[in-house]
Design a protein around this ligand. Structure first.
Ligand SMILES: NC(=O)C1=CN([C@@H]2O[C@H](COP(=O)(O)OP(=O)(O)OC[C@H]3O[C@@H](n4cnc5c(N)ncnc54)[C@H](O)[C@@H]3O)[C@@H](O)[C@H]2O)C=CC1
Ligand SMILES: CC(C)CC(=O)C(=O)O
Ligand SMILES: [Mg+2]
Length: 374
């Protein structure tokens, strides 16, 4: 079996906690399915600034370029968010990494788990059966355009631009995905106001001709934000630009019950990075309350990308088992006092029980860290 090189970028805040649990699970998966992973850690974000002055040190970038996949936690620290004068910011590390690796498509699946329907603030009847995937363009648009702040803070600007080619490559991916699903693509834009959005509509409409089985419809982003929580079942594949996708996917996480559940895959032509959609949740850092499932499910997406389908499915099933048995952190059940590591250990227990009875009895030996097992 090939050795898969995995670059592990834990980052800031809860990133190291959720990634630690995820790597633990991947080490179990490695044993159970006879895979070979070579994990290598590297710095990114605020911790990288603190230690090197650079949010994306050169050796981190090189490691990611050389890896078969990157497992990413989260970046961000209030000391930068609250400082308008900061010359260097943790987020620049992630944006540069995405750009340098050419990760043009951020794929964010959203589904309503039956056993969590009553946990969502949204009405059960509205969200039951929701199953959609957001294709968010990731390396262009307003996050990457020319920006400027006047020294006296009297004005500032950011610019948004898209080329035809930027739109084409992610639109093809979205249509290809739709052909395997319910055959519907919804382009979310603001074409009544923005030139970039009008280009998205034109190019996407042209590309849709190559996929005659797939229905294409359009929604303005303000309406889409409403439809997403009013009638989420109408969506199959949502295709959208960088900032709109960032915003509506956090909104969409309410359907699943928590942002702590939503994984993502950031895909390029030569590289791929797997990341929860949430940020560094600094208020929870070190408390053991962060939901690890978004990171664990991102690892499942990574295994699928690497062609390790059995492992991917095993992780998804084990997470679903944990959810069905309400072995979840307090974001999904306010009465729960299960910690980040207790939830992850339960996932490990299920994996071993289902797939490897012998190892189950050596559970403690397999785990890197010791913590309560349910
Ligand atoms: N991909 C990344 O690394 C991202 C980084 N950020 C950065 O993260 C920092 C915090 O940003 P926020 O806007 O507060 O977003 P956030 O996603 O870190 O947290 C928002 C809220 O979501 C919930 N939450 C997030 N992750 C959770 C988890 N694993 N388990 C349970 N609940 C969870 C919490 O209620 C939290 O208050 C900022 O510095 C921001 O720039 C924000 C988004 C993405
Ligand atoms: C640096 C930000 C653009 C990260 C973020 O919010 C995201 O990718 O969801
Ligand atoms: Mg975001």
């Amino acid at each position: 079996m090939k050795t898969h090189k995995i670059a592990v970028l834990s980052g800031d805040g809860i990133g190291p906690e959720v990634v630690f649990e995820t790597v633990k699970i991947l080490k179990v998966i490695e044993k159970v399915f006879d895979y070979n992973f070579a994990f290598e850690d590297a710095l990114i974000g605020a911790i990288a600034i603190d230690e090197t002055g650079n949010p994306l040190p050169d050796n981190t970038l090189q490691l990611c370029k050389d890896a078969d996949a990157v497992l990413f936690g989260s970046i961000g620290d209030p000391k930068y968010d609250n400082d308008p004068n900061a010359k260097v910011r943790p987020e620049q590390g992630l944006l540069k990494l995405r750009k340098e690796l050419g990760l043009f498509a951020n794929i964010r699946p959203i589904k309503a788990y039956n056993s969590l329907l009553s946990r969502s603030p949204l009405k059960k009847s509205r969200i039951e059966g929701t199953d959609m995937v957001i294709f968010r363009e990731l390396i262009n648009g307003i996050y990457f355009g020319e920006k400027f702040t006047a020294e006296d803070f009297s004005y500032a600007y950011d610019t948004c631009s898209y080329s035809r080619a930027d739109i084409e490559q992610i639109a093809h991916l979205a249509f290809q995905e739709a052909t395997k699903r319910r055959k519907k693509v919804t382009l979310v834009d603001k074409a009544n106001v923005l030139d970039t959005s009008r280009l998205w509509r034109k190019v996407t409409t042209e590309i849709s001709k190559e996929y005659p089985d797939v229905e294409l419809d359009f929604l303005f982003v303000d309406n889409a934000a409403m439809q997403l929580i009013l009638n989420p079942k109408q969506f199959d594949v949502i295709l959208t630009e960088n900032m709109f996708g960032d915003i509506i996917s956090d909104e969409g996480s309410v359907i699943g019950g928590s942002i702590g559940l939503l994984p993502s895959a950031s895909i390029g032509l030569e590289n791929a990075l797997f990341e929860p959609i949430h940020g560094s949740y600094p208020q929870a850092k070190g408390k053991g309350i962060a939901n690890p499932m978004a990171s664990i499910l991102s690892a499942a997406m990574m295994l699928r990308y690497l062609g390790l389908e059995e492992g991917a499915k095993a992780i998804e099933d084990a997470v679903e088992n944990a959810i069905n048995n309400l072995i979840v952190t307090s974001d999904l059940d306010e009465t729960s006092d299960y910690s980040t590591s207790v939830v992850a250990n339960y996932v490990i227990k299920i994996l071993l029980n289902e797939h490897d009875h012998d190892s189950y009895f050596n559970f403690e030996n397999i785990m890197m860290g010791k913590s309560t097992i349910i």
